[in-house]
Design a protein. Structure first.
Ligand SMILES: Nc1ncnc2c1ncn2[C@@H]1O[C@H](COP(=O)(O)OP(=O)(O)OP(=O)(O)O)[C@@H](O)[C@H]1O
Length: 242
């Protein structure tokens, strides 16, 4: 991938550090219409680090996640993953990167209702060309570590909310991604179940060496992470380490 870096971008590091450099994103066509969703955000997520992003509604948390994950292209600035620029990458290579290097967990409703849990988990591997037997074996191996042993053939409608989120975590991690992006992963769960899900999400990510970027409104969820960033009006205005 070619490097087209912003003039002041720090030297890229060809490791599994995720770097966002001076990210600006405006959804409205002109600045007069509304303030930018991202107004110049810079951050680095170290390999294996877990980072929570908190802030009021509309402060730009989800936009930051989408820009860092290569889903949304920034208007200014760049995202560097493994030493390469996402901004200058083609749509096709960004899609390939998302599939091979990143995993995603959303609030709910992300599993395919018709497929048994194990097939839901195997899906990213199947889409990447792994043969079915090997994909399902790798998927099944994640059930016990996530406390899901015996639920492999259940369909999503036959799982509790917390079990379904743990299946979604397995699916995000089955391809051993470099970074897992999670947007309100416990937003639909009660406090106790949320704690269980975070225990599994942080524990298994750490075990597999994946970094974690979590958008959340819940300070208890952020408390599971190494670091919490606070956003306001499209900027990072504070940071706390555990
Ligand atoms: N697709 C879009 N088109 C236009 N404006 C958008 C779009 N997505 C987000 N915005 C605007 O960008 C700003 C930041 O939104 P974003 O969803 O990133 O905030 P957030 O902090 O994640 O909010 P919440 O906590 O409510 O999910 C808001 O003003 C929002 O209205």
């Amino acid at each position: 991938m070619t490097q087209q870096l912003h003039a002041t971008t720090p030297p890229p590091t060809a490791d599994r550090t995720l770097v966002g450099h001076h990210l600006v994103k405006r959804y409205a066509p002109s600045v007069q219409d509304s303030p930018p969703a991202l107004a110049g955000v810079s951050l680095a997520v170290a390999p294996g680090e877990s980072v929570a992003v908190m802030g009021p509604s509309g402060s730009g948390k989800t936009t930051l996640l989408h820009v860092l994950a290569g889903i949304v292209r920034p208007d200014e600035g760049d995202v560097i993953w493994n030493g390469a620029s996402l901004r200058s990458a083609s749509d096709a290579s960004r899609t390939t990167l998302r599939r091979s290097a990143f995993g995603f967990v959303f609030q709910s409703g992300q599993l395919i209702p018709e497929l048994p849990a194990v097939e839901n988990v195997a899906l990213p591997l199947l889409l990447g060309g792994t043969d079915r037997r090997r994909a399902e074996a790798r998927a099944a191996a994640l059930f016990a570590p996530l406390g899901l042993a015996g639920l492999e053939r259940r369909r999503p409608g036959e799982l509790s909310g917390g079990q379904a989120q743990r299946v979604a975590i397995a699916r995000a991690l089955v391809g051993t991604p470099g970074v897992v992006f999670a947007d309100e992963p416990t937003g639909a769960l009660d406090q106790h179940t949320s704690g269980e899900v975070m225990h599994h999400l942080t524990g298994l990510s750490r075990h597999l060496g994946a970094s974690l970027l979590i958008v959340t409104h819940d300070a208890n969820v952020a408390g599971w992470c190494d670091r919490t960033l606070h956003m306001q009006d499209g900027r990072i205005v504070g940071e706390a380490r555990r």
